[in-house]
Write a protein that binds this ligand. Sequence first.
Ligand code: SF4
Ligand code: SF4
Ligand code: SF4
Ligand code: FES
Length: 966
Amino acid sequence: MLQYFDPGKSGLNPDIDYGTPPSSSETLVSVSIDGTDISVPEGTSVLRAAALAGITIPKLCASDNLEAFGSCRMCAVEIEGRRGYPASCTTPVAEGMAVTTQNGKLAKLRRNIMELYISDHPLDCLTCPANGNCELQDVAGAVGLREVRYGFEGENHLDAEVDDSNPYFSFDPSKCIVCSRCVRACEEVQGTFALTIEGRGFESKVSAGQSEPFMDSECVSCGACVQACPTSTLMEKSVIDAGQPEHSVVTTCAYCGVGCSFKAEMKGDQLVRMVPYKGGDANHGHSCVKGRFAFGYATHKDRIREPMIRDSINEPWRTVSWDEAIGFAAKRLKDTQAKYGRESIGGITSSRCTNEETYLVQKLIRAAFGNNNTDTCARVCHSPTGFGLKTTIGESAGTQTFDSVMKADTIVVIGANPTDAHPVFGSQMRRRLRQGAKLIVIDPRRIDLLKTPHGSEGIHLPLRPGTNVAMVNALAHVIVTEGLEDKAFIESRCEPDQYRAWRDFIVEERNSPEAMEAVTGVPAELVRKAARIYGEARNGAIYYGLGVTEHSQGSTMVMGIANLAMATGNLGREGVGVNPLRGQNNVQGSCDMGSFPHELPGYQHVGDPNVRERFEGDWGVSIDPEPGLRIPNMFDAAIAGTFKAMYVQGEDIAQSDPNTQHVEAALTSLDCLIVQDIFLNETAKYAHVLLPGSTFLEKNGTFTNAERRINRVRKVMAPVAGMEDWEVTMALSNALGYPMHYQHPSEIMDEIARLTPTFTGVSYDKLDRLGSIQWPCNEEHPDGTPTMHVLDFPIGRGKFAVTEYVASEEKTNRKFPLLLTTGRILSQYNVGAQTRRTENSRWHEEDVLEIHPSDAELRGIHDGDWLGISSRVGRTVLRAKVSDRMLPGVVYTTFHHPGSGANVITTDSSDWATNCPEYKVTAVQVEKVTQPSEWQRHFQQFDQRQQELLTPAEAGTETSDATAIK
Ligand code: SF4
Ligand code: SF4
Ligand code: SF4
Ligand code: FES
């Protein structure tokens, strides 16, 4: 007898739709389907049981990612001893049940139903974009429909108007069979509730919002409805244009830290569409607008297609061969070191590049440059996570899988906005909230999670920017003083001395919610309520983002979060944990791969002689035992004249780092700046060597997502300039005289595995076999580690840390009375280099300043007014958006457009332990203005000049869309 245990990696084929979701019951029920005996978990539908037995029952309204609905009746079966023809999708199996799926009566019934559908459906299969990949067509074939007796002249929907408002998909209601799969996908999978079925009977139709065009509705363009649609009613415009794809490759999204798996569906070497992959362990077949649709940048005319060099940034670029460009770069680096010393050069790795590429860049710096001047953009986002988690629980990574949230009873979200920045995980969180989990949000803004059904019952602690540590201490104070600690966990898992020291500190009255109310601005009773909910939860899970780390006390706050989890025993099992939501696709990986100046891959300290000995043995060089320069130190040293050359791979420091004027001064001080990127980004405008980068579609490698999951990136098209990024780094190393001879990124991963204790079991073969692996993956955990710290911590016992609240030096006063905080929005990604070159800009053409109505009124500001925003370091101009998402006294903007100059106003203030910039707290004044700031005028001129210096044939001469005031 066949036996199936769902769900999980049970050998199910992700390309098969099993009709209804799996049952998680552990009780097995035996049934007979068309004479085949099968045991399945109790609660499984007959439709799914049949599919598991390899028997196909026709279906239209069912899909295995949606709850069964039972509207089309196409899946009718006969069940021995039961009357009629029940729908197999809504009928659960029962012990001893005997099912017949095919006989003359069922065939006739199904043909009749199909006949009704087809009588109100255009018969244009040959010219329909879904032709050859249409479930309606397939089912019509399967049931043997040969004629439609009702004629097509009666009342029908064939003239219904097409809605083409969405840039990525079209809605043609004339093809709709009202199966409601789209409506349910929007509710159950995405959690947006943008679609409804309007009207009844013949009048019933799918409607976005209040019968609005999709673009005007609540739709966030995730594509779940498009994927669910069994007809061509909802269809990707790229497929309408290019036709059906003919082959596909499974790969990983290059945008955020969720790390969704996609099938890149191709026609030759043309990418036709990205379809979220059901076998993806991070996304289970869901996606957001970025990964699903915003891939057009890969073939954008602005791509840098050939290497270029120039002697000074005032000269035009010269297009040269790869050899000449690499030779030029290597000579400049060597000359610089000869003149200014070994420490005068360095490099920056990228969280957008693969693990293998990142590993090679830091290896190049340590082995070929001969110093440790390597850093990464994680410096400016999650470096406090590394420090804070390593200090307290011993490993600088999130403790859980995303799926773990489905077992959480209380979800605490701190300084993160998952529905915008980690949308697929945001949808999963919303699913759990709909199931009844409680929500606590600690954020100055009322994030969208609080507005979703059930989320609105959550507790919002709208604290003042910069007061996180005061808040976490107040929460911990309540937990300790009200007896909500998990004493058994603390005793068995944590260092007693450090716990006692922390406990003595936290119970002090000055840490109580009442004492902290004046600091955080949040009523003490609300803080107490939230602390009790988290402290009493069976499973409490904390998720946090850059609203925690990008502060002067970022590292302290991360430790405060770990303290909270240890104090309540919320570590080491599913449904709990401490989970940093990493921003970019490979932030986790770039940190793991040894990008920081003090750590070799696997967070192994460069000062440890045993660690160095292993790397030196493998690499054949001696490694400097002293940590190198961090990014801000590199900038300072460049301005001071001691740091003269830099290699930057896939990172736009001129736009993303704080205090833009300071960064620009540093970049202009360099004798040689080598930039490897896919576009002429803001940093490249200061460069002397421009090496074309390759997109994720053009290379092999791996990304590691926010749950430590290593996913394969697979090449689907040739790199536009002929070389993958890792090959370029290798060529530079060879030109510098340090030989590298990898034939394929898998060999780089083999080396990583050889040298990194948490990666010893990782290989491309295993990744292909398992789909993905969560590190640590080694002898102890050969298939990876979904949940960390189950029995103990890598440092043995957990270490509580005393987290004294220290107010940020960045304070408001009469001159700068408002606090500016920054964040992201759904449609754009980071500095916007990719998403601004797609239709995603339709949702967010420019960065705006959100301001509370009371602050706006005080200043006579209305929506759309131009606002001058001044801080202690600079001034910029943005358009106003009056919004009550903000607290009074707090203004907010995004930084997706370079000309907005958000970082012209952010300051050098940074985290005490890691130098992570305090992006989230800048004191500013805001006033109505009529012209751009001086920096913006300078920016526009410089941008225009640099676009002119770019060889016109190499990339678009379009002036960047960076201008804030056009
Ligand atoms: S694209 Fe996503 S959000 Fe928009 S209607 Fe479809 S499922 Fe809903
Ligand atoms: S649009 Fe597609 S999924 Fe939605 S009801 Fe119509 S046929 Fe079904
Ligand atoms: S959620 Fe993140 S990883 Fe997934 S599709 Fe969207 S951007 Fe890509
Ligand atoms: S598939 Fe079962 S009723 Fe539609």
